[in-house]
Design a protein around this ligand. Structure first.
Ligand code: A3D
Length: 320
């Protein structure tokens, strides 16, 4: 049986890391696409040359020609520009919307059966635009954000409680941005919800609030440190977790920006929600009931995403 074909659209920091991870994990053969001629070819060759030492079997090809992604099983999109210090994700909207148009059309024409994972920011609006431009079924086009946001939350919690990250679960909802909603009552250490841990005196509410805020600012913290771009190791790992669940029909329960039409009271919007990812793409959006304060935070986040989608329509009439 042929190995799965994984197309990485954008061969920058995240794209290169994705290619390395796909090869190391032997998830399939890689086609690395970028408009900057030489970069995808160079990275593909460099990673392929690590194969003998790592002992992986995967072919890697770099290209500037969309025809090379033909028949891809998975496309992971990072094409566009990242943030610099002082920029918000929303500042990227105009330039990255144009990129989503060319990428969406490239996928539509060459890999219409792929499961597409968008990472380009501002995430919730860009995944919406990518679905519109590609015309692929909404359950086959998703955005990566929640896996990363909850991984950051889990990491910070593991530091606070001084326990293994493996025993910490976290639940993050809403748009990928300052309005994201980390749900503490559904986040646990060893299965014990965080509010109970506060009652037990293992941490304080103030410390928990600070961790929630650090999670919301997690992307900016890295941008501030790197100064030349944004995070790429953890974002790449998060997208790989989603791709693997699709390719192996694992039916993982993962938070991601999914098309919500009916669930959580939404009608036709991409926003971060808990989902099940299997062989058909998004198999299920988990329609949870929120408490009043959570609903208020979620509504605020949804409003922010809606505002960005309207801004996209304002830039390109064909999206209206
Ligand atoms: P970077 O290293 O700049 O790579 C982007 C690549 O896209 C570059 O190699 C460009 O040449 C290429 N590119 C630009 N235009 C096109 C085009 N039209 N077609 C194909 N390729 C093109 O950025 P990065 O890899 O660090 O980040 C990529 C994106 O991910 C940015 O928009 C970031 O803001 C975003 N990002 C999202 C998250 C989330 O959690 C959602 C986290 C981190 C970064």
């Amino acid at each position: 049986m042929a190995r799965p074909k994984i197309a990485l659209i954008g061969a920058g920091q995240i794209g290169g890391t994705l290619a390395h991870l796909v090869a190391l994990k032997e998830l399939g053969d890689v086609v690395l696409f970028d408009i900057a001629d030489g970069v995808p070819q160079g990275k593909a060759l460099d990673i392929a040359e690590s194969g003998p030492s790592e002992g992986f079997d995967a072919s890697l090809k770099g290209t500037t020609d969309y025809a090379d992604i033909a028949g891809a099983d998975v496309c992971i999109v990072t094409a566009g520009v990242p943030r610099k210090p002082g920029m918000s994700r929303d500042d990227l909207l105009g330039i990255n919307l144009k990129v989503m148009k060319s990428v969406g059309e490239g996928i539509r024409d060459n890999a219409p059966n792929a499961f597409v994972i968008c990472i380009t920011n501002p995430l919730d609006a860009m995944v919406w635009a990518l679905q519109q431009y590609s015309g692929l079924p909404p359950e086959k086009v998703v955005g990566m954000a929640g896996v990363l946001d909850s991984a950051r939350f889990r990491h910070f919690l593991s530091l606070e409680f001084d326990v293994s990250m493996k025993d910490v679960t976290a639940f993050v909802l809403g748009g990928h941005g300052d309005t994201m909603v980390p749900l503490t009552r559904y986040s646990t250490v060893g299965g014990i919800p965080l509010p109970d841990l506060v009652k037990m005196g293992w941490t304080s509410q103030d410390k928990l609030d600070a961790i929630v805020q650090r999670t919301r600012d997690g992307g900016a913290e890295i941008v501030g440190l790197l100064k030349t771009g944004s995070a790429y190791y953890a974002p790449a790992t998060s997208a790989i977790e989603m791709a693997e669940s699709y390719l192996k029909d694992q039916r993982r329960v993962l938070p991601c920006a999914a098309w919500c039409d009916g669930a959580l009271g939404l009608n036709g919007l991409y926003v971060g929600v808990p989902t099940v990812i299997g062989a058909n793409g998004i198999e299920k959006v988990i329609d949870i009931t929120l408490a009043k304060d959570e609903q208020a935070m979620f509504d605020k986040s949804v409003d922010a995403v809606r505002g960005l989608v309207e801004a996209c329509k304002g830039i390109d009439d064909s999206l209206a």
